[in-house]
Design a protein around this ligand. Sequence first.
Ligand SMILES: [Ca+2]
Ligand SMILES: [Ca+2]
Ligand SMILES: [Ca+2]
Length: 534
Amino acid sequence: MNARSWWRTTLWLAFAAGIVVAQPATAATPEQIEAAVANGLGWLATQQQGDGSWLYSGSPSCYTDIATTAIVVLKFEERAKELGVDPFDPEGYEYASNVTNGLNYIFANAVDDPPNGVKLPCYETYNTGAALMAVSASNAPTRLITTGPLAGSTYESAASGMLSWLGYAQNTAEGFAACDVGGWGYNAPSDGWSDQSNSGYATLGLGFAAAPAPAGFELAIPVDVLSRLSLYIDNVQDPVDGDTYSYDGGSWYEPCNMYKWVNILKTGNLLYEMGLVGDDPATSPRVQDAIAYIEAHWNDTGQQPEFPSTSLGWKDAYQAMFAMMKGLESLGIETLTVGGSDIDWFDEVSDVIVANQAGDGSMDRLNALISEGEDSAILRTAWALLTLERVVPQFNVPVPVDIHPTSCPNPINVGSKGLTPVAILGTESFDVTTVDPATVLLQGVAPIRWANEDVATPYEPLLGKEGAYACNELGGDGFLDLTLKFETPMLAAAFGDVSDREVLIVPLTGNLKEEFGGTPIVGEDVVIILKKGK
Ligand SMILES: [Ca+2]
Ligand SMILES: [Ca+2]
Ligand SMILES: [Ca+2]
């Protein structure tokens, strides 16, 4: 049996019956959550092998152990951040050697794969995505690798190589069905399909790599990777058409062969992917469709449509809880509406986890007939503990920015005493009234006033603009814009030492309003510096 058929057989054998999970009567307290995390970490530390790995099951396998190790390492890294200590400092952190040895195991298995980047072997996408997550979450970009083919280079350069490899491994229009474009299969370059499990791990790695410190290394995900991912999201999300199974808005397993297997786990991956490409949860219809799926299926029990089994929905699987947490948390969604009532999803999830921890700190299996990682006590425990601390990278929402609306190029005379007009532009999926104008900074400078008015039309790409003419002169497009005025002398001071006719990419940052999650926004526009008389 080859690796893929082993994996798929494992998936097919996963659901045949269910078991009942005890439900506590009250929400888990912060003290109970802290005790569960401390006990679980203590148990995980005892399970590390001499080579630094954590095994998926009894005997070593490169297919499963690299990703398993990376997921456990992430938990130990995040614990150090929570405690405010250096994850590599044996004086300050009791699990420093677990982190160091776990990452060394990953680096010992890394493959330098020029010109595509750096990959991990066997199930390449799973292992590379998970490894990129663990390396990026180290908060140590300048730390030097001491083992394996990358010895002597920095953690950041390794992460950059893995990010490149995942871009290379993403399915593109060449050689693939259109429905597969933008997702990931097991291996590159000719895997021939995309699925929501591989894509979930690839995007988890990309999200941590791109997240600002301390979550990640703030590496740039190429714009074309995100554009393709957005196409994949549309192809793998179930159309809202009132179908018999109520799949509407949920995520299929893979987009081309119509192997749907819709559930909350995959829909959690889908929401996270939507966050990664910059969907605004307040206004994006596809985000709202996915949330509506989770709300409609929150209390599902019994036979599931594509498996002859009983199930308790997300309460069957810690990976489902982790994936759901990842999606909801990354989009800043705290509350779901289930059966007409608002619920705090985290209260319900943390209850199930705390109630199902064994005395030794490991997590009990919730449904003996589900495998997919739920058969691994180490993965069960790592997913549960990551979920309890809501570990997820924070994304930036890319927004269209237009300096001098209806003008292209965009001159700024650094000797001017006047005001520079700038607009953040609305689109079909981005409502500018969700932005908190008081948080907006252009080149680090705050606006002196703002208003809402439809003045211009977005230019794409939103990020990665090149050259003075990466802009347009188009006026209003029917979508409201947020217009802002900046004092030109303040901008000139922020630009610093510039020369006449210099072309600059000017960054804009800010946040959505708290009621829309407070998510960071990023954008940019290109200007030509005018410096008369110099
Ligand atoms: Ca449907
Ligand atoms: Ca302009
Ligand atoms: Ca507009």
